[in-house]
Design a protein around this ligand. Structure first.
Ligand code: LLP
Length: 422
């Protein structure tokens, strides 16, 4: 459920008309709906009822905009971060340090030191060498790092290969069978305090079975570790719940279905639960608004060339991802078209042979469900400036990231001395 609806002939985000935003800010532009974010947080929280007081740590990578993170902070969420940059963003937005978990296979000593000094709640350690480095850094600072090992349960998440993380061949986590050794090592190292177990098997999961299989394995591990005397008091079950992208496809499991599964699997676990949802919180809360530049004849169907491109929304070219493409002011008829951007690559294609509402040059289109992994994965390929972002709240709206001037891109480069002058 989102708050993007056609009212008086034009799509609105809550009570704000998208054409008004496009006129004021220009296109392409990402537009986020506060009410949708709030709704998804509420739905996710409600789904976890009966599970004690779980930590919900928003996966910052899904949408790190300061306004989005400040909204999460207001709603009492924590943050799952994977870099010093995300950690700094989360703290700057007011997210409490003790509600921050730090994941990622490549944390550097500098990043560890920063996180230790901030006093974050938990490091999700992904290997034994990482535990050794963290031990050294913490000891040298006279601090203690609360840790969980991220365990790789060797489960096929059944999602796109590029966003699967829980198979033994993936780079993530400590192998399930090796986990007891990793805990033994951590217990022997100074500066580390064992706190929990973490797992995350992939993203955009549309089937609960792999998650259930992974959690079941984690439950058995928790029991064993506790029996061995390790102070395991937290189980971080990661993120990964999918969202509907294509209205023609069956709906993915709802947060309520997910919560019921977690309640079933975790019954009897003597731990506090933590979750790292990203997409399910912000996916449907964002639209990429773009304008049709021109329509060009194609051999099978016309090419609708829009002013957004693969650099603004990478998911279709990177994962063959499907985003619904809607006319912002529908004319009432439909056609079959290819929707492409201006970048000089055939991969800069949002949809081929798609049945969509008729659009003409100058019309606005919306790429739906673009609130997660949209703006954050944008880049400046073809020297296209980063896309601005707008946040709507009821009948109010604000620019939450300015359109980057091309001059700023150029000014960031430096000429070496031998090319200066003349
Ligand atoms: N926790 C960890 C350790 C993660 O690696 C991720 C996502 C999450 C939580 C949040 O997962 P979510 O609830 O959003 O599924 N760029 C890709 C998605 C990459 C996800 C990476 N990790 C895409 O656009 O589909």
């Amino acid at each position: 459920m989102d708050h993007f609806e056609i009212k008086n002939g034009a799509m609105h985000a809550e009570d704000v008309s998208l054409p008004a935003i496009a006129d004021a800010v220009g296109t392409p532009v990402y537009v986020y709906s506060t009410a949708t974010i709030e709704r998804h947080v509420r739905v996710f929280r409600d789904a976890l009822e009966g599970l004690g007081d779980p930590l919900i740590a928003f996966a910052v990578k899904a949408n790190p905009n300061a306004a989005v993170l400040a909204t999460m902070a207001r709603l009492g969420l924590g943050a799952d971060v994977v870099s010093a940059g995300e950690l700094k963003r989360a703290r700057a937005a007011g997210i409490a340090a003790d509600k921050i978990v730090f994941s990622g296979v490549g944390k550097t000593a500098e990043e560890m030191a920063l996180a230790l000094k901030e006093g974050i709640g938990q490091f999700n350690v992904e290997s034994e060498p990482e535990a050794e480095m963290l031990s050294q850094v913490a000891s040298s600072l006279g601090l203690t790092a609360p840790i969980a090992f991220r365990v790789n349960p060797d489960v096929d998440a059944g999602t796109h290969a590029k966003i699967s993380t829980g198979k033994s061949e993936n780079k993530f986590g400590v192998a399930y069978d090796k986990a007891p050794d990793a805990y033994a090592l951590a217990a022997s190292l100074p500066g580390l305090a064992i706190r929990g177990v973490a797992v995350h098997i992939g993203s955009q999961l549309t089937d609960l079975a792999p998650l259930e299989a992974a959690f079941t394995r984690i439950g058995a591990l928790i029991e064993r570790l506790q029996a061995d005397g390790y102070p395991v008091s937290v189980a971080d079950l990661g993120g990964g719940l999918g969202v509907p992208y294509d209205p023609a496809k069956p709906l993915p499991p709802s947060p309520a279905d997910y919560g019921a599964m977690v309640r079933r699997v975790s019954a009897g676990w003597k731990v506090r639960l933590a979750f790292e949802p990203g997409r399910v919180i912000v996916g449907n809360a964002g639209v990429l608004l773009s304008r049709v530049i021109r329509v060009k004849q194609g051999s099978a169907a016309p090419f609708v060339i829009v002013d957004a491109a693969m650099n603004d929304l990478l998911r279709p070219s990177l994962y063959d991802a499907w985003h619904d493409i809607r006319a912002i002011a529908p004319r009432g008829d439909r056609f079959t078209a290819n929707v492409v951007g201006p970048v000089c690559e055939s991969g800069d294609t949002f949809a081929m042979g798609r049945d969509l509402e008729c659009v003409e040059p100058g019309d606005l289109v919306g790429f739906m469900t673009a609130g997660a992994y949209g703006a954050t994965m944008a880049n400046t390929y073809n020297s296209r400036a980063l896309t601005p972002e707008v946040m709507v709240n009821g009948n109010d709206w604000a620019i939450v990231r300015e359109r980057q001037p091309i001059e700023a891109l150029i000014a960031a480069d430096r000429l070496p001395p031998w090319l200066v002058g003349e």
